[in-house]
Design a protein around this ligand. Structure first.
Ligand code: ADP
Ligand code: MG
Length: 253
């Protein structure tokens, strides 16, 4: 399916697209630009994500992270450019707040719009550690539990691409660490390509195969993270990557 958004064609591919020179890609963005009042907040950006690859997107506030994510989610009809924007048809999005429907029980929130999938919904809840909470109301859950439900709701759809915009930003440090472990486990099981927006440098290094730094709508640094899992901030290799990324973010220690 192709949608015209400004000068750019948003192509939603069912399968994985073969590109010349490279392997199949889940996301292929060329020359993406988004302007507000003539100011480019995403500026002629190129980005490819491979199937199953976990990419973290770092950048200070206002650097264009959420704008890029919205464009990839197909939620923004104001993007321009003469390049291409290829994303899979099956994309799930997770935000900082869980966006659960308060009047729907947990299992119904997971299944939202899916019919005849009760069993899969229950399995997804079990996967995120919430077996037995199917009938709970969202406001009976902690913030971390609500984000678990949001993850279950995303992954029950087996997305080819998971987009997450600071999904752990509102959680306390300990809950956040637990969510990192959970997200890694879920990604190993379901293998979606992931684009995770975060401003937490350590979170990006713990989770991602590749970290990209955005500044004023442009990619200003990119690091492949070749450290073995599980990754520890105490590892010298970890510290070396952290220094490079902080540098790219304009923070010198
Ligand atoms: N709907 C909008 N109208 C006008 N400006 C916007 C709108 N959305 C975002 N912006 C501007 O675009 C820039 C990038 O925003 P955003 O992508 O939300 O940044 P980030 O997620 O990196 O903090 C900011 O300067 C923001 O003010
Ligand atoms: Mg944002």
């Amino acid at each position: 399916m192709a949608t015209h958004t400004g000068g750019l064609t948003l192509e939603k591919s069912k399968g994985r697209k073969e590109r010349e020179g490279g392997g199949p890609k889940t996301v292929e963005v060329r020359g993406l630009t988004r302007k507000y009042d003539d100011r480019a907040v995403v500026d002629n950006l190129d980005l490819s994500i491979q199937p199953g690859e976990f990419v973290a997107l770092l950048g200070k506030s206002g650097s264009g992270k959420s704008t890029l994510l919205r464009a990839l989610a197909g939620l923004d009809y104001g993007v321009e450019g003469d390049g291409e924007l290829v994303v899979p048809e099956n994309v799930s999005v997770v935000f900082q707040d869980s966006r659960l429907l308060p009047w729907a029980r947990v299992l119904d929130n997971v299944l939202l719009g899916l019919r005849g999938a009760d069993e899969r919904g229950r399995e997804s809840l079990a996967e995120v550690g919430l077996a037995g909470r199917e009938k709970a109301w969202p406001n009976e859950l902690s913030g971390g539990e609500q984000q678990r439900v949001a993850l279950a709701r995303s992954l029950v759809r087996e997305p080819a691409l998971l987009l997450a915009d600071e999904p752990f930003g509102a959680l306390d440090a300990l809950t956040r660490l637990k969510m990192h472990v959970l997200l890694r486990k879920l990604c190993a099981a379901h293998q979606p390509a992931v684009l995770l927006v975060t401003h937490d440098v350590d979170e990006s290094i713990v989770l991602a195969d590749r970290v990209i730094v955005l500044d004023e709508g442009r990619i200003v640094a990119e690091e492949s993270i070749d450290l073995a899992q599980p990754r520890s901030p105490a590892d010298p290799g970890f510290a070396a990557v952290r220094t490079k990324l902080l540098d790219a973010l304009g923070v010198s220690l």
